[in-house]
Structure formats: C-alpha cells, structure tokens
Design a protein. Structure first.
Length: 122
C-alpha cells in the first residue's frame, strides 16, 4: 500500500488479535497486529484471506493487560503469501478510551525506538 494514501502515521506494534468475518462462523481465529493508526490496523493471519470491503469483527488485546477490546471494520486491503495473509482494516467502531491506550502504547514504543536510534548515531 502506498504511503501517499495514508492519512495518519502507522506505528509498528504487535498485539494479539482474535477475528472473524461477519459472514463466517462464530469461532474466532487468531493473529497478531503489525501496525496501527488512528484510522485502522494491519494484522497477520495464517488462517484467513478475506474479501476486500468484507466486514470483520476483531478483539484486540490491550497492551500490558489481559483484557481485549472489540473492534469492527472493513477490509481495506490484503496481501497473501504462501503461508500467511496481511489484512488492512479500516475502523468502523472501536472504544475511544481503548483506542487511546493502544495508540499511546504504540507511540511510546516509537519514541523509545527513535530515541535509541538517535543515541546510537551520535
């Protein structure tokens, strides 16, 4: 996906995610987020290759907690390889407080990473 189309910065963050398509079974599959932004997230799956625009229900594990937050969205893009699929989700519904916690966590990781890179370069 071209970066020119993105409205918001994406932050690399790995969080557990459970997901299902709205037309699928009641069973959730599992995966891991690759990155997140204010408008969506990308996750990796080994069990699913959804259709574009397909509506999905997700449960994202909050950072440093044992609780999950419900998220819904539509498939904005996907890339499939032999053994996995990366799926880009555009948020439709997500709890505002939980979204803030996830983005704060991801931002703090980004700041720490950049601080470490800058200190190694000096």
């Amino acid at each position: 996906m071209s970066s020119e189309r993105r409205k918001f910065r994406r932050f690399d963050v790995s969080l557990d995610v459970a997901f299902k398509t709205s037309e699928g079974s009641d069973d959730y599959s599992t995966g891991v987020t690759k990155n997140i932004s204010r408008s969506g997230l990308c996750f990796e799956s080994q069990t699913l290759a959804p259709s574009l625009k397909e509506y999905m229900e997700l449960k994202v594990k909050l950072p440093d907690q044992d609780t999950f937050v419900s998220v819904s969205g539509s498939v904005a893009w996907k890339e499939k390889s032999e053994d996995k699929c990366w799926v880009g989700i555009e948020f439709k519904e997500i709890d505002k407080e939980a979204k803030g916690k996830i983005l704060d966590y991801a931002y703090d990781l980004w700041v720490d990473k950049n601080r470490n890179l800058n200190s190694m370069g000096q």
